[in-house]
Write a protein that binds this ligand. Structure first.
Ligand code: AMP
Ligand code: MG
Length: 337
């Protein structure tokens, strides 16, 4: 009986102590410019400041490591010298290999020489429509079989690589992991419209992410309710030029060498893995809605993900109940998959 009373009093004391000390939910914010993107980081709680410092430094470091156009970056060296010893580049290319395989070649970082021809390369190349002969020559050097890896050692047999379709996802993943390693449990990292979510909101509710309208930077397609995941969007509207009234954008179909014509304007992927979220968003823009749904099915066990797609003919196709379509837009919304 005595023991019981003691345990009761102890529990009561612990409860009172917990109640007396309110949980610190202070928001720590930081604006970072990296990867050509204005990023807004918000980390909640007492460990937020140290966590945000670590994330900021990591974002700058990754920018310098992965930017193809920056001399001395690991990717620059790989392209320039044909080999580099870099564990991150090796990891990202291993993941690229798996994603290339899963997407039947739609995602392919060896597309770099073709991007260069269109002026979507590393430097301030001029935008123009390449000739068929130029495209054929550049495409001959495209393919993941040009990459050879052993541990951190990467060798490139031919062509060049561009990690532009995957780098931001990795940056988001690293920043999120570092923030968690610093003790924070709740953070939202807005990497220029792509979002990394750590845990839930400080009040333990889910995050609500506005999914942007590809046709209007100030409008939203709807609101996604999510936690501890990545929400990455690729769109053919992000970078493009016009020639003779035709619009040419920056997501290239590796099978043709031309900007993808899949019927999609944008693809948002929600996935727990930042690298896959980013790469799949790019790949889905190449693959189109039907193949993207097949891919979602085939990866449902190993790399589950959800999709919000916008088609050229004004439809929004989405696979998850956690997406609430916006009202008042001209889009038609269809839940699929
Ligand atoms: P994102 O904004 O993530 O869709 O990435 C677009 C960038 O990925 C482009 O600017 C290119 O650097 C690169 N890219 C374009 N097409 C492909 C492709 N088919 N596979 C891999 N990367 C690509
Ligand atoms: Mg991407």
């Amino acid at each position: 009986m005595k023991k019981c009373a003691f345990a009761f009093i102890l529990t009561l004391c612990l409860l009172l102590a917990a109640c007396g000390k309110p949980v610190d939910t202070t928001a720590h914010t930081r604006t970072v410019f990296a990867m050509d993107t204005v990023m807004n980081l918000t980390v909640y709680g007492k460990d937020g400041e140290a966590a945000i410092d670590a994330a900021e430094q990591e974002l700058y470091r990754l920018d310098a490591q992965l930017a193809r156009g920056v001399e001395d970056s690991a990717v620059y060296k790989l392209n320039d010298l044909g080999a580099v010893n870099d564990a991150t580049v090796a990891y990202l290319l291993q993941e690229s290999l798996a994603i290339n395989d899963a997407t039947d070649g739609a995602f392919d970082p060896t597309i770099a020489p073709v991007l260069e021809l269109w002026g979507f390369g590393s430097g301030a190349g001029e935008h123009r429509v390449p000739t068929e002969a130029e495209l054929a020559a550049a495409l001959a050097g495209v393919g993941m079989d040009n990459i050879h890896m052993e541990g951190a050692q990467v060798a490139l047999e031919d062509g060049e690589v561009d990690l532009g379709g995957i780098a931001k996802g990795w940056a988001g993943q690293r920043a999120k992991d570092l923030i968690a390693a610093n003790g924070a449990k709740s953070a939202v990292l807005d990497l220029g419209g792509d979002v990394a979510l750590l845990g839930r909101k400080p009040d333990d509710s889910m995050w609500r992410v506005a999914v942007k309208d590809p046709a209007d930077g100030n409008a939203f397609l709807g609101v996604l309710t999510a936690a501890d995941t990545f929400v990455m969007t690729s769109g053919v509207y992000e970078r493009y030029f016009e020639e003779n009234g035709v619009r040419y954008h920056h997501i290239i179909d590796p099978k043709t060498g031309y900007p993808a014509e899949s019927g999609l304007v944008s693809a948002t992927v929600i996935c727990a893995d930042g690298v896959w979220a980013d790469a799949l968003a790019t790949a889905v823009c190449v693959m189109g809605a039907d193949k993207a749904l097949d891919l979602r099915e085939s990866l449902s066990e190993t790399m589950p993900f959800e999709l919000i797609l916008v088609t050229e003919d004004g439809r929004v196709l989405y696979t998850c109940d956690s997406f609430a379509p916006g009202t008042g837009s001209d889009y038609t919304y269809e839940q699929i998959g």
